[in-house]
Design a protein around this ligand. Structure first.
Ligand code: HEM
Ligand code: HEM
Length: 403
């Protein structure tokens, strides 16, 4: 098994778990089953962030750093652990969440360690910008994951307090503003920069993003607004650098051509939107005296889906399509529906959440979210089915076995 096959295996497990995220999202959008309870919402959230995004990120790491057949077992094990952890969220059992959460973090630590060793072998000063970016991304997900497990210890032992709330903010800040932005920056650099040479600008940008994630995590933990503002400033500087360096390649992308390129290129405008929403969120949190519960929930959910769908789902769909370029294009008609359905759906969903607000507490199909999010969810389901079928095909450059 080569690096691409290893990546394909992890992408396949990620796509399978993403079915659950999308179905719960559709239920939440249409309200056909009423309001979803907190356990189900946490299942929607972590099946998306761990099942889809993190197993997908492991696929990227294997592809970048050279996975081999020796890694099949760790890949299968990682998917199984993540599936069990997602089930633990749904069960509502605080002890199951603690046990499987700790195993999940150990598993992520294992991938971080593997990536670090490969990076050190190549030399930290020599590795490409995408490699540095995912290495720092994995570092952040492990730090954020450890904070998540501390929250679970407090909850399972009945010691939850106001400090637990601050730790949940720390966890969410590190994961969303740090980990995800770093992985996305790695993907766009990989596909749009077209050169492996590690430029100083690329490295500075990645380090700024890493520091931005740490600053917002610390700012939430200590309830220190200046740290949150510092995070906004670092992230803005890094995203301006991305736009200056890769904006030309983004604009030159053909938006009608099928393939992975346009999914990767559209990540750049979504990153700009996410920075604007991060800045508005920090201002609102400041005005609310640090209490995120008092901030309009529509804004929080708009930022969530800008990162989870606009940025990360486009980045991963783009990379899966790049990987599939050497395999037969089953259902060729699906590509346009997936790209436009996903992005018209996501952009209108994010706009509705920002300007109209959350759909929480509304009747079935009574809020525009029912239509915008459903379009996005259906495009995701079509993508999962299409990519799964294509992943089953054998690469065209591999000779078929003799009959
Ligand atoms: C690494 C393993 C992870 C563990 C152990 C973990 C654990 C937790 C826990 C215990 C909570 C609080 C649940 C509650 O409200 O009772 C939580 C919430 C959350 N997690 Fe995770 N999580 C992990 C990974 C991730 C990842 C990878 C992301 C994003 C990329 C993420 C994003 C969030 C968000 C946004 C919240 C909601 C915060 C809020 O309610 O404001 N988590 N997580
Ligand atoms: C990686 C994938 C995804 C992640 C991590 C994610 C995460 C989240 C989070 C954290 C929330 C807030 C839950 C709360 O109230 O505590 C949420 C709400 C929601 N999600 Fe997702 N989501 C993902 C994909 C999707 C998809 C594909 C759909 C498509 C149908 C969707 C539809 C919704 C809807 C409709 C809401 C309620 C928004 C509102 O009215 O405020 N999500 N999601």
């Amino acid at each position: 098994m080569n690096d691409r096959r290893a990546a394909a295996l992890s992408f396949q497990y990620a796509l399978i778990i993403f079915v659950l995220t999308a179905l719960l999202g559709l239920a939440n959008a249409t309200k056909l089953f009423g309001e979803l309870d907190q356990n189900t919402l946490l299942t929607h959230l972590h099946s998306g962030t761990l099942g889809w995004i993190t197993l997908g990120t492991i696929g990227l790491v294997l592809w970048l750093f050279g996975g081999t057949s020796a890694l099949v077992r760790p890949i299968v094990l990682s998917a199984a652990v993540t599936g069990l952890y997602v089930a633990a969220f749904w069960s509502g059992s605080l002890w199951a969440r603690l046990i499987f959460g700790a195993v999940e973090v150990l598993m992520l630590f294992g991938w971080w360690w593997w990536t670090l060793r490969r990076s050190l072998t190549e030399g930290l000063g020599r590795i490409s910008v995408p490699k540095l970016s995912v290495l720092l991304g994995l570092t952040t997900v492990v730090i954020g994951g450890i904070v998540g497990v501390i929250v679970e210890i407090e909850q399972a032992t009945g010691n939850a307090s106001a400090q637990t709330g601050a730790l949940i903010g720390t966890h969410a800040g590190a994961q969303v503003a740090g980990y995800l932005v770093l992985v996305a920056a790695g993907v766009i650099e990989w596909q749009l920069a077209k050169s492996d040479t590690p430029t100083i600008a690329g490295r500075v940008e990645v380090v700024l993003l890493f520091l931005a994630g740490l600053a917002i995590a610390l700012g939430s933990m200590l309830n220190l607004l200046p740290l949150d503002i510092l995070s906004n400033a670092l992230q803005t500087a890094a995203v301006v650098m991305i736009v200056v360096r890769l904006g030309g390649a983004t604009v030159r992308t053909s938006w009608t051509s099928t393939g992975g390129r346009r999914h990767v290129a559209i990540v750049v405008p979504y990153l700009v939107v996410s920075v604007v929403l991060f800045i508005v969120l920090v201002q609102d949190v400041g005005q609310a005296g640090g209490d995120i519960e008092k901030v309009p929930q529509g804004l929080v959910h708009a930022l969530d889906h800008t990162m989870f769908i606009g940025v990360m789902t486009n980045a991963l769909f783009g990379m899966i399509l790049v990987l599939l370029a050497d395999r037969p294009r089953v259902w060729p008609w699906a590509d346009q529906l997936i790209f436009w359905g996903l992005n018209i759906g996501a952009a209108s969903f994010i706009a509705v959440l920002s300007f109209v607000g959350t759909s929480e507490g509304t009747a079935p199909f009574a809020h525009p979210v029912a239509y915008t999010a459903s379009l996005m969810g259906l495009a995701v389901l079509l993508a999962i089915a299409t990519f799964t079928r294509r992943l089953q095909e054998r690469p065209t450059d591999v000779p078929a076995p003799a009959t």
